[in-house]
Design a protein around this ligand. Sequence first.
Ligand SMILES: N[C@@H](CCC(=O)N[C@@H](CS)C(=O)NCC(=O)O)C(=O)O
Length: 220
Amino acid sequence: MPDPAAPILYTFRRCPYAMRARLALSVAQLDIRVREVVLRDKPAAMLKASPKGTVPVLVLPNGEVVDESLDVMRWALAEADPKGWLSADAAETDALIAQNDGPFKRALDRYKYPNRYEDEGADPVENRDAGLAILESLSEQIADHGGQLFGPAPTLADMAIFPFVRQFAHIDLDWWETAAPGPVKTWLAGHKDSARFRAIMAKYPQWAPGAAEPALPVAG
Ligand SMILES: N[C@@H](CCC(=O)N[C@@H](CS)C(=O)NCC(=O)O)C(=O)O
């Protein structure tokens, strides 16, 4: 049974920012109550806690609100870091995540939703190539370090970044299979197939006040 005094996570299953938060909360083995949000119908309680209206939002039992995905990851890992996700160099980690959340996300959005950026004259193929160039550098780093970005085992950067690479790959999986460099392809496939990822991708109905609040799976 979920602890009624456990932190509450407002999340949306398919959001890569929410995925990275769930991954870190899961590895820290924390008891978290999940409130699945529909983005076009956000709960009033979530907007009251965090008026900017983005997921994830973590509400702690003392009322403190953590509403940026990286802050949720860091909060979780400060509570417990049993797999050593904080073991990589902090400045290099921050630089890779900034590259992901900045230029890579920019290219991803324009490749995935070119019609939203028509005013800019965004070309999906140019943006796909810009994303691929970033992935080529990640791929070299993965190959040099034996499977993950900073060594053979995943750290914060891998877990913060792969949900976005997954979204990029899924726009056109046939293209991904032929064009993406081998090491980043293997890296992504491993994360997608992991017990932890499968666990945090469990499907929940939209939360409403009074509805069940399942515990976030800690398996994997
Ligand atoms: N900087 C935020 C970004 C979160 C974000 O943009 N989440 C998207 C969903 S993937 C969202 O909630 N968008 C609000 C909306 O679509 O209404 C974070 O890292 O938590």
